[in-house]
Each structure stands twice: as C-alpha cells, then as structure tokens.
Design a protein around this ligand. Structure first.
Ligand SMILES: Cc1cc2nc3c(=O)[nH]c(=O)nc-3n(C[C@H](O)[C@H](O)[C@H](O)COP(=O)(O)OP(=O)(O)OC[C@H]3O[C@@H](n4cnc5c(N)ncnc54)[C@H](O)[C@@H]3O)c2cc1C
Length: 381
C-alpha cells in the first residue's frame, strides 16, 4: 500500500487512531447513519485522544502535526464512519486552517486553543443562489462603529448543530464582485445567528447539515479574517487544503467497501464454488484495488506537497476529483459483489455507496475540480 511520510510520533498516534476507529467507531457506523447523529461520547473520545489538536501549532495549544498526518487521520476515521470524520475534518481543515493561514495573532490566540481542546468549528460559504459560483454570495457585512453587521443566509453548512464558531464569507463591497468579499470568524451564540433548518440527506447522515440565517449579527472588527475585501482568497486557499481532506475521506470509504466485499466473495458460494474463484469477480477486485491505490498515491502526494508549501492547487483538485470518482466506482462495484444482499439495508454496502456520493459534490463539485485543473494547466503551458 502507498506510504506517506510521517514522523515516528505521528505513526504511533495513528496506531491508536486505527484501534479507536476499528474497535469503537466502526461498530457504531450503522447506528450513526440511522439515528443521524454522531454520539457525544464518540466526539468526547476524539477529544480525549487529542485528535482536535492534531495540526494546530504547538504555540496555540496544539500538537503541531503535519497535514500528511491529518490526511491519514481522516482516512482512518472515514474507513470506520465518514460522518464522524467530517466533524473533525470540518473543525480542522475548514475552520482552523484558514485561521492558521490568515488570522491575526489575536484571532489565533482566541480561537485555536479552543479548537485544540475539542470545540468544533465550520465554514459557511455556500448560499441558495451561490454554490459553484461562490463569488456571487449575497450575505452582507456592513461596517458600523466597532462592528460589522451581517445579514443573509447560508445553506448546506456542515457541523451546523455542533459548531461553536464558523468562518463566514460576506460581501463588504457589492460593487467589486469577488474583490468585495471578506471573511469573518463568527460565534454561533451571537445574537441574531440562527439555524433555520436541518437538512436531511442521502449519505453521511450522521453529519449535521443546516441552513443558517444572520439577522443583524454583530461581529467585532477584530474578527475579520485576513484583509477586508480579500476574503475570497482566504476561502479559495482554505478549499485547496480542504479538498485533500475530502480525498482522504473518499479513500477511507472506498477501502472499507472493498475490504468488506473481499471478505464476502471469499465466503459466498454459488455453483458449488466460492465466487472469489470466478475470474470475473477477481478482475473486479483487481480493478477496484488498483484504482484505490492510484487515488491514494495522488492524495498522499497532494498532502506532502501541501506540507512542503509547494503550489498544490492543481494536485489537490486532482486528488479530490480522482479519489471521489474512484470511491463512487468502488462502492458501486462492492455493492454488486454482494448481489441482492448488497441492495438491502441489512448490509453496509448501500451505506458506503450513499456516503461516497457526497465526496463528488462538496468542496467544489467534480466538474468544478476539472475547471480548476484545466485552468491551471492551460495557464502554465
Ligand atoms: C452534505 C453537504 C455538506 C456541505 N457542507 C458545506 C459546508 O460545510 N460549507 C459550505 O459552505 N458549503 C457546504 N456544502 C455546499 C457544497 O460545497 C455545494 O453544494 C457545492 O459546491 C455545489 O454547489 P450547488 O449545490 O449550489 O450546485 P450548483 O453550483 O448549482 O451546481 C449544479 C450542477 O451544475 C454543475 N456546474 C456548475 N457550474 C459549472 C461549470 N462552470 N461547469 C460545469 N458544470 C458546472 C455542478 O457541477 C453541478 O453538477 C455542502 C453540501 C452538501 C450537500
């Protein structure tokens, strides 16, 4: 299996994570899907294991581990329960990372230790009229005295019910298009901040997805993340690394589906033969494993490039695009290998297929990843 460069300490932590994922989390994945909630005791276990501190710098109470480690962490958790993995992924890649990259010293000191100790964050960018075209958001932020006042709404916001704070994008200069967008850190207990709806979903059903409303929400001037009117860059760079997290989530889902399918074909008999002995089945397994390995290589390369501060826009989009497409193919083929049983809710195969689908959609659909990759190639050629 493809390797990724980790320190000895990171390898050791990862062994604990794998044990937690296999022994404690995986047995609950079906329940989490049915009950549409990650149990608080699981989130607390992740806190106790120090997972929220992973990539927070040491000076802000974190463990200072690499993005490569975070990638493996998300992959391991996703192989057990992708909804649970998303709680951590949202807190770290969507909330903490932009604060680390663009936050003032004051913002870092106020928020990063809280994330490290397990308070959850999220990113609120998407609006009903602004999905792929994120530059067309309408939520407004007007400067009034020592505050900005936010008005508008956001849709499909992950960690919605769990998060204590969000990175939020809003328009500060409507005449400037994407050059008039600013990014803020907004506390979810602010007056006028409301969850207007929980959104029911096909997969990752344990993840809380909500619609948010901002009604005259006062945000202190020093909660501006980066410079005024330069918030679009903040969110685009956030998504560059965030996409590697989604690729890792896709790898975990695909690995779990493949492992369970392999176990099944080795014990299921038809025509007095193990179905694993049919060449048609063997070729499917070979193709699934090969695609997964290629996706893993691409994802690990993207994570390592991010750690080395190399330009990784293209590679992170490639990793997200390929790993998520492969996850969808592998989970579909895995279900096929279970025959009629795979189509029932008695088996996990249908859940893996439902969970895989979102990885082709969020943090930029795969059509948008192709737009990003092609633009980058054509610019450099
Ligand atoms: C479960 C879930 C969790 C999410 N979590 C978050 C979150 O935490 N924070 C957040 O801000 N957002 C979140 N999102 C939003 C997600 O990122 C958007 O749904 C996604 O970017 C697509 O936007 P859209 O749904 O408006 O689709 P649209 O942009 O309307 O796209 C519709 C279709 O048109 C295609 N399309 C659009 N433009 C082009 C183009 N230029 N070329 C070719 N095809 C194109 C798309 O690929 C898609 O197939 C989440 C979404 C879901 C479903």
């Amino acid at each position: 299996m493809a390797g990724i460069h980790l320190t000895e300490d990171e390898e050791t932590v990862l062994k604990y994570v794998a044990s937690f994922a296999n022994n404690e989390l995986k047995p609950l994945a079906g329940q989490i899907d049915r009950e549409k909630k990650v149990p608080e005791k699981i989130i607390q276990r992740m806190r106790d294991l120090g997972l929220f501190a992973a990539c927070i710098p040491k000076e802000y109470g974190g463990a200072g581990l690499s993005f490569s480690f975070l990638t493996r962490l998300i992959e391991e958790l996703s192989s057990a329960c992708p909804s649970t993995a998303l709680v951590l992924d949202g807190a770290l890649t969507l909330f903490a990372d932009p604060v680390i990259m663009f936050g003032s010293e004051d913002l870092k000191k106020r928020y990063l230790p809280r994330v490290a100790s397990g308070e959850i964050g999220g990113l609120a960018l998407t609006e009903a009229g602004a999905g792929s075209d994120a530059a067309s958001i309408r939520t407004s932020a007007e400067k009034k005295g020592d505050h900005y006042v936010l008005n508008g709404s956001k849709i499909f916001i992950s960690n919605g019910r769990l998060a204590r704070f969000f990175v939020v994008d809003a328009v500060t200069d409507p005449s400037m298009g994407h050059r008039g967008i600013s990014t803020f850190v907004v506390d979810s207990d602010s007056e006028g901040f409301k969850i207007s709806r929980d959104i029911d979903k096909m997969g990752i059903r344990g993840s809380s997805t909500v619609e948010l409303v901002f009604e005259n929400v006062k945000v202190p001037l020093n909660n501006l993340l980066g410079e005024e009117n330069k918030g679009f860059r903040v969110v685009m760079e956030t998504l560059d690394s965030g996409r590697i997290g989604i690729a890792a989530q896709a790898l975990g889902i695909a690995q779990c589906a493949l492992d369970e399918a392999i176990d099944y074909v080795k014990q299921r008999k038809q025509f007095n033969t193990r179905i694993a002995d049919f060449q048609g089945i063997q070729f499917m397994i070979a193709d699934m494993a090969t695609k997964l390995e290629a996706a893993r290589l691409l994802t690990y390369r993207a994570a390592e490039m991010w750690d080395r501060h190399e330009d990784s826009v293209r590679i992170s989009s490639m990793a997200k695009l390929y790993a998520s497409d492969v996850a969808m193919q592998i989970t579909t083929d895995a279900l096929q290998l279970f025959g009629g049983y795979g189509y029932t809710t008695d088996m996990n195969a249908e859940r893996h297929m439902r969970d895989a689908k979102i990885t082709q959609i969020y943090e930029g659909t795969n059509q948008i990843q192709r737009v990003i990759i092609a633009r980058d190639i054509l610019r450099d050629h």
